[in-house]
Design a protein. Sequence first.
Length: 133
Amino acid sequence: MPTLLLKVTPLQNPERYQALAAALTRLTADILHKRPEVTAVVIDDLPRARWCVGGRTVQGTAAMLEIGITAGTNTEEEKARFIAAAFDELQRQLTPDGGFEVASYVTVRELPATDWGYGGRTQRARQLARATL
């Protein structure tokens, strides 16, 4: 049940947001083995004037992606592959002709199974329920 929070600048069109959400959901399923039907992608766009790198407003396109996953459910190699693939996908979709801000980040945050969930149940509660079947 990963959650992906994507911030981008400059503003994009609705079709781009849909394409980004679909691609990130696919990468999450393919690389991190997460269920697409409970993968949430939230995209927030910001005007360039509100995005600074090195203390200066960016001139090109920038992105920041954070994914939350349950701690211990993925290997270091899987997380590294996801970071590389997500960065490449963002760059491909947002700047096909170049100009992607190198200081665009992909972060994987691991949360204890007791500290998050969906549908009113923690991931730990889901793990315990599966163990008793």
